[in-house]
Design a protein around this ligand. Structure first.
Ligand code: ADP
Ligand code: MG
Length: 264
């Protein structure tokens, strides 16, 4: 059960605040007290070796994993818990679902519905979850697909698209819910090298439009160019963080140096 602490206020400008987040799977302690702050409109790049807990941490932010201790706020709201009489109570599934709607997530694997068109994939979530009027949802979906450069693919099926195009559909699908925050978990890792650029370009556009993003990636160029903040995790702790350009040019910790030496 999370411990007591003070919520960030609206004036703080923080979109995400994580405080001493702990998470274990059985005897395996995966997150050992993660502190992290992401300001509204900021792109936070999360780097670290495989198994360091990056995906688990992202999943904790939208309560796909329940944390064992600590607290996470998104836009000032405590995630997954409600405070009553000085105590924390776990939210009901319906409340958690409402919180999750404000947080878009894009995975390594795009998980599009293969039997639905590109437009159908993007329309589906808002119509089902938000009870958007179908005509409005279709119009917005078409706009979003235009924005990610797929305005000419509305009637295509996922199987007819390249991996990069499918990932851009997945991004449009997440945006259809009008999220306040977007979480990307290695969005380009499953792509052929020549398709990575188009997905990163779409993410750059989003960043330029002011979307708050946490991006788990090994794309150092993206972190350097687009990132406002870089967090390096290893073994379930934040080892080092700061301005991406500074951390990449002159990492202070041995573990950061060793990791960057491998991916650069
Ligand atoms: P990363 O994304 O940095 O590669 P993960 O968060 O996926 O790291 O995993 C961190 C550790 O937690 C790994 O050792 C992984 O095997 C373990 N882990 C992740 N999810 C589960 C789970 N649902 N059950 C048990 N162990 C898990
Ligand atoms: Mg991962």
């Amino acid at each position: 059960m999370p411990t007591q602490a003070t919520a960030p206020t609206a004036e703080s400008g923080l979109m995400v605040r994580a405080e001493q987040v702990h998470k274990s799977f059985g005897p395996l302690e995966v997150l050992k007290g993660i502190d992290l702050e992401v300001r509204s409109g900021e792109v936070c790049c999360l780097l670290g070796p495989s198994g360091s807990g990056k995906s688990t941490f992202l999943r904790c932010i939208n309560h796909l994993e329940k944390i064992d201790a600590g607290r996470i706020w998104v836009d000032g709201d405590l995630i997954g818990y409600r405070e009553r009489g000085g105590k924390l109570h776990e939210m009901r599934d319906k409340e958690v679902a409402a919180q999750r709607q404000a947080i878009g997530m894009v995975f390594q694997r795009f998980n599009l519905f293969p039997h639905m068109t590109v437009l159908g994939n993007v329309v589906e979530a808002p119509v089902l979850l938000r009870r958007s009027k179908k005509a409005e949802a279709r119009e917005r979906a078409a706009e979003l697909l235009e924005r990610v450069g797929l305005g000419d693919k509305l009637g295509a099926y996922p199987g007819q698209l390249s991996g990069g195009q499918q990932q851009r559909v997945a991004i449009a699908r997440a945006l259809a819910m009008r999220p306040k925050l977007m979480l990307f978990d290695e969005p380009t890792s499953a792509l052929d090298p020549e398709l990575v650029g188009e997905v990163l370009d779409t993410m750059k556009d989003l960043a330029r439009d002011g979307m708050t993003m946490i991006v788990v990636t090994h794309e150092i160029g993206f972190a350097r160019e687009v990132g406002d903040h870089l967090v390096f995790m290893d073994g379930g702790v934040v080892v080092e963080q700061g301005d991406p350009r500074e951390v990449i040019a002159a990492p202070r910790h041995e573990r950061t140096k060793a990791f960057l030496a491998k991916v650069l």
